[in-house]
Design a protein around this ligand. Structure first.
Ligand SMILES: *[C@@H]1O[C@H](CO)[C@@H](O)[C@H](O)[C@H]1NC(C)=O
Length: 131
C-alpha cells in the first residue's frame, strides 16, 4: 500500500469506530431505562367489585435482559381526582402479574392502574363497583 492509501484506510476505520452505529450500546441502555410494560389486565370494560381479589397482569415479553431496578409498585388512580392508592409493592416487575385486593373506594368508571418499576405505565380506564 502507498502511504496515502494506508491513510485513507485508517480514516475509514476511524470513522466506522466512532460512527453512530458504534455508539449503539448506549442507545440500548437508554431504551432499557425507559422500559414501560403494557398493562394487559385490567383493561377497557373490566369491572372490579370492592373487596374482591384480582391479578393485575402486564406484558413482560418486551423486557430487556437487564433492568437496573426491577422492583414494582401498583397504584390505583382515578381521572380528575386525587385518588392514588398503593395496591401492591415490592414484587418483581418481571413477574408479569400480582394479586391485589380492590379497596373500598367510591364506585366509578374512570379508575386506572399505574405500574411503576423501571418506569411507569397506565392501564385503560376501568370500573370499580360496590360489591
Ligand atoms: C402516587 O403515590 C406515589 C407513592 O406515594 C407517588 O410516588 C406518586 O407520585 C403519586 N402519584 C400521583 C399522581 O399523585
Amino acid at each position: 500500500m502507498k502511504p496515502n492509501t494506508v491513510l485513507s484506510f485508517l480514516t475509514i476505520v476511524t470513522a466506522t469506530l466512532f460512527s453512530p452505529v458504534a455508539s449503539e450500546p448506549s442507545l440500548l441502555l437508554e431504551k432499557r431505562a425507559v422500559w414501560a410494560p403494557a398493562v394487559l389486565y385490567p383493561h377497557s370494560g373490566t369491572v372490579w367489585n370492592i373487596g374482591d381479589q384480582h391479578s393485575v397482569v402486564w406484558d413482560t415479553s418486551t423486557a430487556p435482559s437487564y433492568i437496573s431496578n426491577p422492583t414494582g409498585t401498583i397504584m390505583l388512580q382515578r381521572d380528575s381526582t386525587a385518588v392514588n392508592i398503593t395496591l401492591a409493592s415490592g414484587f418483581s416487575i418481571l413477574d408479569g402479574r400480582t394479586e391485589v385486593n380492590v379497596p373500598s373506594v367510591l364506585p366509578g368508571a374512570t379508575y386506572y392502574i399505574v405500574l411503576v418499576g423501571t418506569s411507569g405505565n397506565r392501564s385503560p380506564d376501568f370500573t370499580i363497583d360496590d360489591a
